[in-house]
Design a protein around this ligand. Structure first.
Ligand SMILES: *Cc1c(COP(=O)(O)O)cnc(C)c1O
Length: 461
């Protein structure tokens, strides 16, 4: 197994079913883009050639997972697939109790409502959109405690997702540990570019929080990818398996929220996993109100089975190595063409640095939104804005948040595209890069109240 390290990561599967891709003309794409208000979320999937919008729920399932779908036990209560899922979560993530949810935000909603009281503070290593919103809706205030390197696209820190313990301590000193129900640690940090957290940092945060009586909740959505980076970058872990590393990571927390649509290799699903009986009891009560009975949480039996099997496949070395190998392949090629990207290359996506790519655009002209639109126009490749539009507005002042980073995310679905698709992607980005000086910005003409990036509309300036 470890010997194969020296060779190329070639896709560790062969293709059994194919889904044809549709090519479009530039005129067709221009029309589609205008109809979508220059928001790639509003494009019809049918008008997209290579879809790098997200790695969420876009995974290709294995034949083993599809076989499991046929073994769905669709009983309302006590489905056998729930128990399979519970076994898999215990075995690979190590938590005692499981509450299935329809996807990650269902778990975030429940844990936020249970633990956060109005007026409290929830620190985190950079925000994630749905996570922060659920914390705010529960009356909490999110406080970013990620290290400064995370905000610097040029920093080569190997663990840019790390928590800055001084920032955390400053918050504790300011508001008091009693006003902090928990800290959320994202592993990896999506909004920082899929950047990992070091095991040493998880350990330190855990020790600090134990002393202060603050819970640690992992956002374990991409914890397997984080484990890969610990194995390949952190001293002392090179000979540990992904399974061992994942278990150790989770051992430094009290609970996790999970979007099964990412690392668990499914198209839908999620869970909340916990170690505290009291919190579990409340969560199990609440899931019935918002998601479904505690043995299905909004999922069909077959979906729980697919997730249980996906959890076991995700920790296989050949899988995770090729998954991240593909992302690094694209990132390395773009880097060699001098296209500005966030470094080090993250786990699930390559992030174009739109501020450097389009330096002539002001942040209020939405450089990342503009770049995502131009890439679609050029090639039919769909990407996503992660900048001022995603950051939303400050609920107190009403002004935009002005994030330091304006990024365009090229996100790779797991096991879906080939190396040739990767090459085409690199060519398309480079073509936009070559005509970057003539690109004009956008203005926002419609803005929804919540998570505006999903539905906002724009026009060309
Ligand atoms: C996707 C995601 C979530 C939310 O999960 P959903 O399944 O989309 O509800 C939470 N945190 C992170 C880091 C994510 O990437």
């Amino acid at each position: 197994m470890e010997n194969s390290n020296k060779r190329s990561w070639a896709e560790p599967y062969k293709i059994k079913v194919v889904e044809p891709l549709k090519m479009t003309t530039r005129e067709e794409r221009n029309k589609a883009l205008e109809e979508a208000g220059f928001n790639t979320f509003l494009l019809k999937s049918d008008d997209v050639y290579i879809d790098l919008l997200t790695d969420s729920g876009t995974n290709a399932m294995s034949d083993n997972q599809w076989a499991g779908m046929m073994l769905g036990d669709e009983a309302y209560a006590g489905s056998k697939n729930f128990y399979h899922l519970e076994d898999a979560v215990k075995k690979y993530y190590g938590y005692k109790y499981l509450v299935p949810t329809h996807q990650g935000r269902g778990a975030e909603h429940i844990i936020s409502q249970i633990l956060i009281k109005p007026g409290t503070y929830v620190p985190g290593n950079m925000y994630f959109t749905t996570t922060r919103l659920h914390q705010e809706l529960a009356g909490g205030k999110f406080v970013d405690v990620i290290i400064d390197d995370a905000h610097n696209p040029a920093s080569l820190h190997p663990f840019k997702g790390n928590v800055d313990l001084e920032k955390l301590d400053a918050l504790v000193k300011k508001v008091g540990a009693k006003s902090i129900p928990y800290i959320t640690i994202g592993v990896t940090v999506n909004m920082a570019g899929g950047q990992p957290v070091a095991m040493a940092n998880l350990k330190d945060v855990r020790a600090y929080c134990l002393k202060q009586g603050i819970r640690v909740v992992l956002d374990a959505t991409r914890a397997v990818e984080n484990a890969y980076f610990i194995k390949t970058r952190e001293k002392g872990y090179e000979n540990k398996s992904i399974e061992e590393i994942l278990l150790e990571m989770c051992s430094y927390s009290d609970a996790c929220t999970m979007s099964g649509k990412k690392d668990c290799l499914t198209n839908i699903g999620g869970f909340l996993a916990l170690n505290e009986w009291d919190v579990f009891e409340e969560a199990r009560n609440m899931v019935v109100v918002y998601e479904g009975l505690h043995t299905y949480g909004g999922l069909a039996g077959r979906d729980m089975e697919a997730m249980a099997r996906g959890i076991a496949e995700a920790v296989q070395w050949d899988h995770i190595r090729a998954r991240i190998g593909q992302v690094e392949y694209v990132g390395d090629k773009l880097k060699s063409l001098s296209v500005p990207i966030v470094l080090p290359i993250g786990g699930h996506a390559v992030f174009l640095d739109a501020k450097t790519f389009l330096p002539h655009l002001k942040q209020t002209e939405f450089p990342a939104q503009t770049l995502a639109a131009e890439l679609y126009l050029e090639s039919g490749i769909r990407s996503m804005e992660r900048g001022i539009v995603s950051a939303g507005r400050n609920s107190e002042t009403g002004d935009h948040f002005y994030p330091k980073l304006e990024l365009v995310r090229l996100t790779f679905p797991r096991r879906v595209y080939t190396q040739a698709h990767c090459d085409v992607t690199v060519e398309a980005v480079n073509e936009v890069f070559n005509r970057r000086n003539s690109i004009k910005g956008l203005k926002m003409v419609y803005e929804p109240k919540y998570l505006r990036f999903f539905q906002a509309r724009f026009e060309r300036l």
